[in-house]
Write a protein that binds this ligand. Sequence first.
Ligand SMILES: [Zn+2]
Ligand SMILES: [Zn+2]
Length: 579
Amino acid sequence: MSQIEKIRHSLSHIMAHAVKDLYKEAVLGMGPATSEGFYYDFGNVKISDTDFPQIEKRMRELIKQQIPFQEEIKSKEEAKEMFKDEPYKIEIIEEMEKDKVSVYRSGDFVDICSGPHIKNTKEINPNAFKLDRAAGAYFKGSEENPMLQRIYGLAFENKEKLEEYLKMREEAEERDHRKIGREMELFLFDEEVGQGLPLYLPKGAMLRHVLMDYVLNTYLYNNHQIVSTPHIAREDLWQHSGHLKFYSGDMYGPLSVEERNYRLKPMNCPFHVKMYKSRVRSYKELPIRWSEMGTVYRYEKSGEMHGLTRPRGFTQDDTHIICAKKQLEQEIITSLKITKHIYHTLGMEDLIFKLSIRDPKKSENYFGNNKDWEMAEKALKSSLSSFGLSEYELDEGGAAFYAPKIDIDAVDAMGRSWQLSTIQVDFNLTSRFNMNYVNEKGEQETPFMIHRALLGSIERFLGVYIEHTKGDFPFWLSPEQVWVVPISEKNVSYAKEIYQKLREERIRVSLKGTSENLSKTIRNGELQKIPYLLVVGEKEEKEKKVNIRSRKEKQETKSLEETVEKLKKEAHAKIVAIN
Ligand SMILES: [Zn+2]
Ligand SMILES: [Zn+2]
């Protein structure tokens, strides 16, 4: 255990010690270290954050006394006698399997604990910890037990690290996509609709639409085709695909329709397989690249959901590539290039590539034959190096049971990495559904299938992206791109002319009224993160000019023609051919 972990753990004892000194009636629950500090649960007492300064003060006094931590071994009977006024401790002692109970004494405080602790409280920096928050918690985490009062503390090696952590947490709270989503009116969740099922308001829906339109058009321009499939399918399909056997924990229960059971789809793959199998396929058709913005539903426990980043219903930019063996490597390389291009356009250039392969010692745990696995793993490795990556993370044993894969994490503005993209080679479905094509020699051959989702889930991507950008989206992606703001009633017709010209360029523009004063409108535009405000008054109108206020460039005045030219050039993401 590292020194800071020992300090955090020891601080939980010291906090409990201080609480017992200050609140004689308090009884002890349990209290471990956490990844950024510690907590302790108390019964029979009500403590709120206004009490923290007093508890912290007492903790600092105790630390200053240079109290040693000493282990004592007791029999169960002795321990029960020692903790006779602590009902929760008695319960813990009674449940112990061993007959010896290890207790730690620090000054006049004792606790049941197996350590390890620091040797003496002088090892603790009294300025590098802080009580953080109070919350209710059931004893031993079970709803059948009484609710205790949990107090969380933070602790670091030094004051600077503690402050750095607090600053980062504040920054993360400010960037929280749920908060920004509310403030900017992008999306919401509604209890009666159900948890984890996002409702997009006009601005959020526009953002999502422009994003999906951009990626889908990039796929189409790069020789993919678009397909579309339903949200439910008969259980027989999920039986056939293996989902009911291997994935049912993530699926919702059956829907009965005319005495047959259906399921909401957790994945789009089996539908694409069915379409592939609808007729005989020739090598001349391969590779087939089918993309679908497919909405899937997966069961997440209510405690595990988190805004858009972990919902129950979400849409994937899902592509299935079905190809011949010799095409596999090139298809993966192109997919890597498309990923890089898309994330670059979105301003997330810092990507981490991870290759997950089989655990070579446990090849029996994986579906498919050894030769195919070796071949696919080799193809993934050499695609990564042809793509120009000599360094990537290698996860031996991280492959899915049906597939080796490349996962791609994007690093956000706070340095946090998020797994978003995945490129997987599948041996399971091709074999389960007996997929074939007629090769050059007129023989039946099994194709390879790649599952690919580059944004991954649109919802999860948007959640991450809102936090990355703080809601300050690039011009091409902003739900509202431009406001035209006439200074007075006299300039409204000129403003309308500008508005009309921008609309013709498919720019998302609004014409503002003159009922609010100018500075208020400009402040509102700033708050709503509108990329461009075009302000026109008498002077601008007379000279046929526009005053441009941009969020990212300095204010300037240009002719109407130049303004339209400038905006239309940047208003839409360019769709390019990759390779
Ligand atoms: Zn302890
Ligand atoms: Zn798939």
